[in-house]
Design a protein around this ligand. Structure first.
Ligand code: DC
Length: 225
């Protein structure tokens, strides 16, 4: 297969988004935020007024929606069918919606090749739940990032507060537990570490410390200098 891939999987709030972005920047590789694709399917369904239970309809949108990830004046932007949805897909509601559509095999297979196409030279940092197990099983470095449920809820809470949206810590804890349960128990591509993944528990680590660990693991595998 084409360019080398480093997969970074784990539950929401484990820090994988921030860590993946930082590692990609450090080594100059591309970044795939696969969760954003599931969020976009959920949003596209709402915009097309699909029945929330319409599996085929969502799978069709997963194959046909036009997605662009880009940056503008240093800010990351996500475009769906030409519309800027960068902020719109980051809500808890769309996180839940994404987790629901992500349990449907037809949606997952419609996104498979789209995700693999991101593996371009010099390499790809792939952030998600099944990057190391399903999408890039041959990845030369696989990371599974975790943190305690309390710590993950606290991080989400701080993130939302920074963005100015209100949230209650107890509601967030409940939602995170619900999402974990659904993502880990689904029949297809559940959230589990790949057999050959390096486990990193970030509960008591800073983001920088996690990034350093990933950089060191990549160095040991000669993925970068
Ligand atoms: O990482 P995130 O919070 O943006 O992901 C949103 C949801 O999408 C998550 O709850 C489960 C699903 N997802 C998935 O099933 N597989 C992936 N590779 C990424 C996300």
């Amino acid at each position: 297969m084409g360019a080398p891939v480093v997969s970074i999987d784990g539950p929401s709030g484990s820090g994988k988004g921030t860590v993946s972005r930082a590692v990609a920047q450090r080594v100059g590789w591309h970044l795939l935020d696969s969760g954003a694709l599931y969020r976009l399917v959920a949003l596209s369904g709402i915009e097309h007024k699909l029945d929330p239970q319409d599996v085929e309809g969502h799978a069709r949108l997963a194959g046909s929606m036009q997605v662009r990830f880009g940056t503008e004046s240093e800010r990351e932007r996500v475009l769906l069918d030409g519309q800027d949805v960068t902020g719109a897909i980051r809500t808890e509601e769309l996180g839940q919606g994404a987790s629901r559509v992500a349990a449907w095999p037809a949606v997952r297979s419609a996104l498979l090749e789209r995700q693999r196409a991101f593996a371009e030279a010099p390499g790809l940092i792939a952030d998600g739940r099944d990057m190391g197990t399903v999408v890039f099983p041959g990845a030369p470095l696989k990371i599974f990032l975790t943190a305690s449920a309390e710590e993950r809820a606290r991080r989400r809470y701080n993130q939302l507060k920074e963005k100015g949206s209100g949230a209650s810590l107890s509601a967030l804890s409940r939602e995170i537990a619900e999402r974990d349960a659904r993502d880990s128990s689904r029949a297809v591509a559940p959230l589990v570490p790949a057999a050959d993944a390096a486990l990193i528990d970030s509960t008591d680590l800073t983001i920088d410390a996690v990034v350093e660990r990933v950089i060191e693991l990549g160095r040991r595998r000669s993925l970068w200098a």
